[in-house]
Design a protein around this ligand. Structure first.
Ligand SMILES: Nc1nc2c(c(=O)[nH]1)N[C@H]1C(S)=C(S)[C@@H](COP(=O)(O)O)O[C@H]1N2
Ligand SMILES: [Mo]
Length: 513
C-alpha cells in the first residue's frame, strides 16, 4: 500500500520534471523560431483568448481587469502541472501512454501556435521540440526508475541504479532549467525597450490647447485630469506584448485607394505632428468603471495620410491591423469629418509605451477603442463594411460605436464614511467630441442640483465637476447624470456593454456620521 503511494509520488515527480524539460526546451526554440508568441503556453493561451465566448471574456475583463492575462497564465500553468503529474503516474505502468500524453500536448501547442494570425509554419517548432524533449526525459526517467525499484526487490546492491536515476533526474532538471532561462534571456533581448528609449519625437507642428488651470478639481482622492502612462488602463487581446522595432516597422495603406502608401517610422516622424488631449475609453467600461484615460497624444493626421493615398468613392471603412493580427474597423466618414484623428507616436511627452501600441497606434476622438484605437498598427486597408469585418464586429459588437455619455462619482467612494457638514462630491464625466455641458447630482432621489463644471481644453477630453453637499448623519445615496454638448441627457436605463457600450446613472452609497 505504502509502496504504491511512494511509486505514484515518484511518478508524479518524473512527470513534472519531464514537463519542465519540455517547457524549457520549447522556450529555447521559441527564441530562435517564431518568438514568444510561438512558445506553447503563450500560443495555447492566445488561442484560448480567441476561442473564449464573448460573455466569458466580458466577465474576465470585468473581474480581473488588466490582470485577466495573468489569471489566464496562472490557470494554464496549473493545468499543465496537473497534466504532467497524471502523465508521470500513468507512465510508470504504461510508458507508451505517458509518451502519447506529451506527444499530444506538443501537437496541441503546435496547432495553437500555427493558427495564430501572426504564426508562420515555423511556429510549430518550439512545441514539437518541447514535446520530443518531454518524451525523451520521461522515457529515460521511467526506465531508470524501473531499474532502481527492480534492484530494490531482488535486494541486489542498488546504489548504482539509484545514483543513475538521480543523475538522469538532475540532468533533466538542468537541461530544462538552463534552456528555459536561456530562451527567456534571448527572447528578452528582442524587447524593444532600448529602441523605444532611443526614439526622438519631433516637436508638434500644431500644439495642444493649454489645459486650463482649473481643469483639475482640487479635492483629495480626485482622479487626475491627465492620466499618467503607468496608470492608463490597458485592454487588448495580446498575451505577450508585441515587440515591434521602429526600424522594422512599416505602415501600408492600400485597398480602395489611388496610390498605395508605404511609410517607414522615419517617414511617419517627418509628417507634421499634431499634439492633442484626447480621452480614450473602452466599450467594456461599466457604469462607474475605470476603463477610461486621458492623455496628450502626438501623432500625424490620419485624414492627411488617407488623402495622400487617395480614398476611392464607395469606400466607407478603414480596416486597421496590428502586428499580432488583431483588426479594427473604423468608419471613414468619422475619421475624415474634421476631428483630430491621429496616427499617434507619442503619449504624455514620451514615445508610446509598448503596452499602448509602440511604435504607432490610431486614436480617433469620440469612438470607443475597439473601433478606433489600433495599437501596434501596421496596415490600413481602405475597404467597405459590406466586404470586411473586424475582430470585435465579427463577435457581435456594433460597427458604429460612438462613445456614450457617462458620468462618474469619484469622491466620496462607494461605502465611504464621511463626517456630517460640507462634503465635496466630485467626479468625471465624458462624451468625447460632443463635450459635457451639464452635470447634475441628487441625494436620496431628491431634486437634481447642478454641479460646478471644471474648464476643459475642448470637447475631446473628459470633464471634472464638483458639488458641495451639506451632509446630514445617516446613510445616503448619491446619483449623477450628465448632459452632452448636443443637449442629450445621459440615459437612466441600464444597458449592458454588448453590443455598443453600457448606459445608466452611477450612484454611490455613503454613511455620514
Ligand atoms: N492591437 C490591438 N489594438 C487594440 C486592442 C487590441 O486588443 N489589440 N484593443 C482595443 C480596445 S478594445 C481598446 S479599449 C483600446 C485600449 O487602449 P489602451 O490599452 O492603450 O488603453 O485599444 C484598442 N486597440
Ligand atoms: Mo475596448
Amino acid at each position: 500500500m505504502k509502496a504504491t503511494w511512494i511509486g505514484r509520488l515518484a511518478g508524479g515527480i518524473t512527470g513534472v520534471i519531464a514537463g519542465g524539460a519540455a517547457l524549457g526546451v520549447a522556450e529555447l526554440f521559441a527564441a530562435f523560431t517564431g518568438g514568444a508568441q510561438a512558445s506553447p503556453v503563450i500560443a495555447v493561451g492566445s488561442a484560448g483568448i480567441t476561442l473564449t465566448p464573448e460573455w466569458l471574456k466580458e466577465v474576465a475583463i470585468r473581474h480581473f481587469g488588466t490582470n485577466d492575462k495573468l489569471v489566464l497564465l496562472i490557470s494554464l500553468g496549473t493545468a499543465i502541472g496537473v497534466l504532467a503529474v497524471v502523465i508521470g503516474i500513468v507512465a510508470r505502468r504504461h510508458l507508451t501512454a505517458g509518451l502519447a500524453g506529451f506527444g499530444a500536448l506538443g501537437v496541441l501547442g503546435a496547432l495553437a501556435a500555427v493558427t495564430r494570425p501572426a504564426g508562420g509554419w515555423t511556429a510549430v517548432i518550439p512545441s514539437i521540440a518541447g514535446g520530443l524533449a518531454g518524451m525523451v526525459a520521461l522515457a529515460l526517467l521511467v526506465r531508470a526508475m524501473t531499474r532502481a525499484s527492480l534492484a530494490e526487490r531482488v535486494e541486489e546492491p542498488q546504489g548504482a541504479d539509484r545514483r543513475n536515476l538521480l543523475l538522469i533526474g538532475a540532468g533533466a532538471v538542468v537541461v530544462g532549467g538552463a534552456s528555459g532561462l536561456g530562451g527567456n534571456l534571448l527572447l528578452g533581448r528582442k524587447n524593444v525597450d532600448a529602441a523605444r528609449k532611443a526614439v526622438q519625437l519631433p516637436g508638434p507642428a500644431s500644439r495642444a490647447k493649454a489645459v486650463p488651470a482649473g481643469a483639475q478639481i482640487r479635492v483629495p482622492g480626485m482622479t487626475p485630469f491627465v492620466t499618467p502612462n503607468p496608470d492608463f488602463y490597458r485592454v487588448d487581446t495580446a498575451l505577450t506584448l508585441p515587440q515591434v522595432s521602429p526600424h522594422d516597422w512599416m505602415l501600408r495603406i492600400h485597398g480602395m485607394v489611388d496610390h498605395p502608401v508605404e511609410l517607414s517610422f522615419d517617414d511617419l516622424l517627418k509628417q507634421p505632428m499634431l499634439e492633442r488631449d484626447i480621452t480614450l475609453s473602452c466599450v467594456s467600461n461599466q457604469v462607474g468603471g475605470r476603463y477610461a484615460g486621458n492623455a496628450r497624444w502626438l501623432g500625424a493626421s490620419l485624414p492627411a495620410l488617407l488623402r495622400q493615398a487617395g480614398v476611392r468613392s464607395g469606400a466607407d471603412q478603414v480596416l486597421s491591423r496590428s502586428t499580432d493580427g488583431f483588426t479594427i474597423s473604423t468608419p471613414i466618414e468619422t475619421i475624415m469629418d474634421g476631428r483630430d484623428s491621429l496616427l499617434a507616436v507619442g503619449m504624455n511627452g514620451e514615445a508610446l509605451p509598448v503596452a499602448h501600441g509602440f511604435p504607432a497606434r490610431m486614436i480617433v476622438p469620440g469612438l470607443y477603442g475597439y473601433v478606433s484605437a489600433t495599437k501596434w498598427v501596421v496596415d490600413l486597408k481602405v475597404t467597405r463594411f459590406a466586404t470586411d469585418k473586424a475582430y470585435w464586429t465579427k463577435r457581435g459588437y456594433s460597427e458604429q460605436a460612438p462613445i456614450k455619455t457617462l458620468s462618474r462619482i469619484d469622491v466620496p467612494r462607494s461605502f465611504a464614511r464621511v463626517k456630517a457638514g460640507r462634503v465635496p462630491v466630485a467626479g468625471t464625466a465624458w462624451a468625447q467630441h460632443r463635450g459635457i455641458d451639464v452635470v447634475e447630482v441628487r441625494v436620496d432621489g431628491g431634486p437634481w442640483r447642478r454641479a460646478q463644471l471644471a474648464p476643459v481644453p475642448g470637447t475631446d477630453t473628459w470633464r471634472q465637476w464638483v458639488l458641495e453637499w451639506d451632509a446630514t448623519p445617516g446613510s445616503h445615496r448619491l446619483e449623477v447624470r450628465a448632459t452632452d454638448g448636443t443637449g442629450a441627457v445621459q440615459p437612466q436605463k441600464r444597458v449592458p456593454v454588448i453590443p455598443n457600450g453600457a448606459t445608466g446613472w452611477h450612484s454611490v452609497a455613503v454613511t455620514v456620521t
